[in-house]
Design a protein around this ligand. Structure first.
Ligand code: PEP
Ligand code: MG
Length: 564
């Protein structure tokens, strides 16, 4: 994708003195109001979360911050100063609140000095919200967004405008922001370390999502070459349409299921467009990241029902909320090690209201098509049992109200924590299916943060330990008579397909746009060959050996693939 860069500064808000014209005052005051309301909504949500997690005593800080926001005298004087001094809202907020803060800092009372930090937090939150509002309206033209780091919430926010591509300093390819941009069909290259230093707003650049490269100030010849490659890819994709309605079946008759991973209800139509067998992972966090408060049961039900209706007659595997890690719903209190912290099923089991609301919404959607429920971040049997009890409670409530749902709804667990992999057999006995989440499983198994570009070379799909673990999970689940799917990015990696087939995986769920290529690979080989490949790979000791072997085999068996 070729376009002009727009560099987003994402550090602590920087504020410069900026004069505004009289005609801009109304808009400036509207922005201020909007930012105040947004800040309050954010703080209310954080307050609610904190209360549920650590109790109302600790949550008092946020109550105090909300009170500062509703200080009519302070904000009236800020509004007056914007009008009178003709200065930007963020500048006046910064100047006036800093004065107030200084008075508190100089106080002899320790309590007052402590409160000065809350004032600082409120000030930064309001300024950030004013600036974000301006940033959004600045995207009049389509741009390539360059930033240090993107959060999943930023990715959604920016994509309301015409974003041609993303390129970031930090982040890994399986970070949730990168996955989201894939879902939004926006090319992205992440973890470039210093792209924000090398590029200035307005520079012409190319972001090549196929090869993961960025070219700054490309020559005419480079642009032409990139366009040619893009054309080649498009032609290949057109050719793949011929097999869209065919089964994913090997030459010797073994059939596997190919499903789509989606984040938004709009994407559900891909199920048919890409010739898949359903939705193998519906990440429900999108809805929670888009709304500032937790979506109500009704809002969730409408969204889930829309997905089910679009995917019909195919199944939809809905995953219960997986916040935490790098997916933070507004600026909650941060944790030292978020990926090892309050995440996925742990959050839901601690917040029964949020869990019940979501389960009821999912159950209600199951009256309109085939829904399976999947639990994220399971680390042992006890969590599965507790989650199933919650599900029973939600069913009971709907039954008592006479609301229809699928009584036999299937419940599965994601296997993405090493302890769950070790207990795959036990967990399989308690559930209807397993789904391997390699994005997390790899990071936890190899102790490599999936979003940290400094260790990205150690994040290895083809690490022998990863492959042996996958094999173990499949064997254990099959022994318990259950099917195994994989919904991590590895399932959509052309290099991994033959190996995973050979290991006996039943279902592959992936970003929709790679599905036709994966189907092509499966239809080009025999199961016997895939088993032989898996057997050979299991004897290898390093990722390099495994990758070389798989690359050569893929090239020979499916020569028409365009592998980067
Ligand atoms: C995974 O961990 O592989 C997975 C599919 O879940 P997510 O990427 O949403 O964490
Ligand atoms: Mg995961």
């Amino acid at each position: 994708m070729t376009g002009r860069a727009y560099v987003v500064a994402k550090q602590a808000p920087r504020v410069e003195e900026k004069a505004i014209a009289e005609s801009e005052v109304t808009l400036e005051l509207e922005r201020l109001q909007h930012a105040l309301e947004k800040s309050e909504r954010e703080l209310q949500k954080i307050l609610q979360l904190t209360e549920q997690k650590v109790g109302s005593q600790k949550a008092k800080i946020f109550e105090a911050q909300i009170m500062i926001l509703s200080d009519g005298v302070l904000f009236d004087s800020i509004r007056k100063r914007v009008k009178k001094d003709l200065r930007s809202a963020e500048y006046v907020v910064h100047r006036e609140i800093s004065k107030y803060q200084q008075v508190m800092m100089n106080s002899a009372d320790e309590y007052m000095r402590e409160r000065a930090h809350d004032v600082e937090d409120v000030k930064n939150r309001v300024i950030r919200n004013i600036q974000q509002d301006k940033l959004i309206s600045r995207f009049d033209e389509s741009s390539i967004v360059i930033s240090e780091l993107l959060t999943p919430a930023d990715t959604i926010l920016f994509s309301r405008n015409e974003v041609l591509a993303y390129a970031t300093d930090m982040g890994g390819v399986t970070s949730h922001a990168a996955l989201l941009s894939r879902s939004l069909n926006i090319p992205s290259v992440v973890g470039l370390k210093e792209i924000t230093k090398l590029v200035t707003t307005g520079d012409l650049i190319i972001v090549d999502g196929y090869s993961g490269t960025v070219i700054i100030h490309p020559t005419e010849a480079t642009i032409a070459r990139c366009n040619e490659r893009k054309e080649e890819h498009l032609q290949f994709e057109t050719r793949l349409k011929e097999i869209r309605d065919l089964t994913a079946q090997t030459t010797d008759g073994k059939i596997v299921q190919l499903c789509c991973n989606i984040e938004f209800s709009e994407e559900a139509l891909n199920v048919h467009a890409q010739g898949s067998n359903g939705i193998g992972l519906y990440r429900t966090e999108g809805l929670f990241l888009r709304t500032e408060n937790y979506p109500s049961e009704e809002e969730q039900f409408e969204e889930y029902k829309a997905v089910v209706e679009k995917a019909r007659p195919h199944k939809v595997v809905m995953r219960t909320l997986d916040i935490g890690g790098d997916k933070v719903v507004s600026n909650t209190n941060s944790e030292e090690n978020p990926f090892l912290g309050w995440r996925g099923i742990r959050v839901l089991l601690d917040m029964p209201d949020v869990f019940q609301t979501q389960l009821r919404a999912m159950l209600r959607a199951s009256a309109f098509g085939e829904v399976w429920i999947m639990l994220p971040m399971i680390s042992g049997v006890k969590e599965v049992r507790r989650a199933k009890e919650s599900l029973e409670q939600a069913k009971k409530e709907l039954r008592s109200k006479g609301i229809p749902f699928d009584e036999n709804i299937r419940v599965g667990a994601m296997i993405e924590v090493p302890s769950a992999a070790v207990l795959a057999g036990e967990i399989a006995q308690e559930t209807d299916f397993l789904s391997i989440g390699t994005n997390d499983l790899i990071q936890y198994l190899l102790a490599v943060d999936r979003g940290n570009e400094n260790v990205s070379s150690l994040y290895q799909e083809f690490h022998p330990a990863v492959i042996k673990t996958i094999r173990f999970i499949i064997i254990e689940a099959h022994r318990a008579g259950k099917t195994v799917s994989m919904c991590g990015e590895m399932a959509g990696d052309p290099m991994a397909v033959l190996l995973l087939m050979g290991l006996g995986l039943d279902e592959f769920s992936m970003t929709p746009y790679v599905l036709p290529e994966i189907k092509k690979i499966i239809r080009s080989v025999s199961y016997q060959e895939a088993e032989e490949i898996a057997r050979r790979v299991l004897e290898m000791k390093t990722e390099d050996d495994i990758k070389d072997f798989l690359r050569v085999n893929l090239h020979t068996m499916v020569p028409e693939l365009l592998i980067e």
